[in-house]
Each structure stands twice: as structure tokens, then as C-alpha cells.
Design a protein around this ligand. Structure first.
Ligand code: EAX
Length: 326
């Protein structure tokens, strides 16, 4: 009897010790929608490594890729409500929550990547990021998704007219939808997690994403034509729950996080750019037919979109981003 009792006490002690240790450890769950070998995942792995090193293993990042925890919209809602700590998403679906990021959604607005990075990392970018504070989130920084390219299963797209009547999947964003309508396509907003099947079953004819996503999502299996349009630049936003950030982390841990995020952001952008260079050849080898489109014609065709959304985005916001790249 005595033996059993002491065994029981030992078990209780062990349990208590275990949970005390667990309470000390900061686990940050971060969700994204793309593949485990994507730039998002690699960048987050890098962040996780930096956090773990700088905190002697006290801070741990748990990555959930491939929309395991739902769509980007679900993830933003989760981070906003605190049911999820962190997410890395394209800025486009943030349009459901704030207008501040819309300026990035305008077609061809980003022409100079380096200058755009400076803008995004500077005081103007900070103002945009701070627009999510009132939604219970902190936007830690702007990473890169990349320049979006068009793929489809029907025909090469060299000029806007080639898009006529094609059903193109888009992110849930009014400017993206408006742009493809203006170009004569039939826009279908849909979460990324449903896209591969939709392409496979022919529910949509095409989609648009950076080359690294086209490649890591294996779209070459279901899309023949790739047109190097680069019509939108998609920034990726790293969002963390505000209560978690302010109350769960100590000052020291926040400092570690801020420093690690800045390093990981730069690393992820580099990784993204390096990969982009190699991917045209690789996608060709996977059987895609590549078209260099007449970009000037696309640029001209989308000008009405600027007028249409000028008020919603803000004239000043548009001009500032254009001027920053001069
Ligand atoms: O943010 O939905 C998309 O097409 C995005 O590029 C993707 O989820 C990564």
C-alpha cells in the first residue's frame, strides 16, 4: 500500500514538473497555406531556428503548412481572435479586414523591388502595418510572396485579349477581381487550399501566383501555359496575435523576436529572389510552355483599375508608393 502511495506521489511530482517546464516554454503556432518546400516555409523554419538559438530553446515555432489550419482568411481570423498565435499570408486577403494594404494590390504598382522593400520596411510601411492593431493583431513585418505570373490550361497568353472568357482563380481581393474583369477574364475568388483540385477538375482554367508557388504546388501537372506577366506584386505579412505579443512574451522575448524577425525577413526575400531566377527553366523542363507577354499592353489595359479604386485605396497612398520607387 505504502509503495503504491509513494509511486503515486512521484507521478504527481513528475506531472507538476512537466507542466511547470511547459509553462516556461513559449510555443508559437504559425499557419500558412503553401507547400512545405515553399519560401514561406523555409523562411519560417529559419525564423524558428533563430528564435530557438537566441532563447536557448525557450521559444519554439510550430509550423502548419498547406492550409492544414484553414484558408488565409481563417488564419487571419484565428490570429485576430487569439485561437492561433501567428500566420504568414499574402496581403491581399487582408482586404476583408482593412483597406491599408490595398495599395499593394494595384496591378504593376511595384516596379522596383529593392526600393519597394525600403518603403515597406520604413515609416510608411509601418503605418500600413499598424492598421491591424485595432483588429487584435500585430503585423511584425513584410516578407515576400512575389511577382505573380499567370498559368492556364487552354492557350498561351501574350496579350490581354488572350484572356477573354478564361476562368481564372484569384485571391479574395476586390482589386485583383476587378483587374481580371477589366482584362476580359472571368474571375473566380477561391481559397488557395482548393485550387489544385479546381485546376485538375477544370472548375477554373487558370490561376496566378509567383513561380515558386507554381513550382512547389506542382501546378505544371495541371497547367500547360505559363505567361510571365508579373501583373501583381504580393507582399507577405507576418501577423501575430496582439495579446500574445504584449502579454505572453516578456520584454526580453519580444526583443529576441523582433531581431530574429528582421533577419528572417531578409533571408526569406533573398531565398525567394534566388529561386525565382532558376524557376523558369525548371518549369519548362516540367513541360510548361512559357510565354513572354507584351507587358506594355497589359499595363495599358489595366489603367481603368486605378481610376476605379482610387478613392478606396487613397490617391495619396498610391502616389507615395509610386514616388518611393523613382
Ligand atoms: O500567400 O492564395 C494565394 O494565391 C497566395 O499566393 C498563397 O496562399 C500564399
Amino acid at each position: 500500500m505504502k509503495k503504491w502511495l509513494s509511486l503515486f506521489v512521484i507521478c504527481l511530482l513528475l506531472l507538476a514538473a512537466g507542466s511547470a517546464f511547459a509553462a516556461d516554454k513559449i510555443v508559437v503556432r504559425v499557419a500558412h497555406t503553401i507547400a512545405p518546400d515553399s519560401h514561406y516555409n523555409k523562411g519560417l523554419e529559419h525564423l524558428g531556428q533563430l528564435l530557438s538559438e537566441a532563447s536557448n530553446g525557450q521559444m519554439e515555432l510550430q509550423i502548419f503548412h498547406s492550409a492544414q489550419l484553414g484558408s488565409e482568411r481563417d488564419a487571419i481570423e484565428g490570429v485576430s481572435m487569439g485561437t492561433l498565435e501567428m500566420t504568414l499570408i499574402s496581403s491581399a486577403p487582408l482586404a476583408n479586414f482593412t483597406n491599408a494594404f490595398l495599395v499593394f494590390d494595384l496591378p504593376f504598382i511595384i516596379q522596383d523591388r529593392q526600393k519597394a522593400y525600403e518603403y515597406m520596411d520604413g515609416p510608411e510601411g509601418k503605418k500600413i502595418l499598424d492598421s491591424v492593431l485595432s483588429k487584435g493583431m500585430v503585423a511584425l513585418g513584410i516578407w515576400e510572396n512575389g511577382f505573380r505570373m499567370l498559368t492556364n490550361s487552354k492557350r498561351p497568353v501574350a496579350v490581354p485579349e488572350d484572356l477573354n472568357g478564361l476562368k481564372i482563380r484569384l485571391m479574395e481581393n476586390p482589386i485583383h477581381v476587378g483587374t481580371f474583369k477589366t482584362l476580359g477574364a472571368y474571375p473566380v475568388p477561391m481559397p488557395f487550399g482548393e485550387l489544385f483540385t479546381a485546376l485538375q477538375q477544370g472548375t477554373v482554367d487558370g490561376q496566378e501566383n509567383p513561380l515558386i508557388i507554381i513550382s512547389t504546388s506542382k501546378f505544371a501537372e495541371v497547367q500547360k501555359y505559363l505567361s510571365l506577366t508579373g501583373h501583381f506584386y504580393a507582399p507577405a505579412i507576418l501577423l501575430i496575435n496582439k495579446d500574445f505579443w504584449e502579454k505572453k512574451l516578456t520584454d526580453e522575448q519580444r526583443k529576441i523576436f523582433t531581431e530574429a524577425e528582421l533577419k528572417a525577413r531578409k533571408w526569406e526575400r533573398e531565398y525567394s529572389m534566388e529561386n525565382e531566377k532558376k524557376l523558369v527553366e525548371s518549369l519548362k523542363a516540367q513541360g510548361m510552355e512559357i510565354t513572354e507577354p507584351d507587358k506594355a499592353k497589359f499595363f495599358e489595359a489595366v489603367q481603368p483599375v486605378y481610376k476605379e479604386f482610387e478613392e478606396k485605396v487613397g490617391k495619396e497612398a498610391i502616389q507615395k508608393l509610386i514616388d518611393a520607387q523613382k
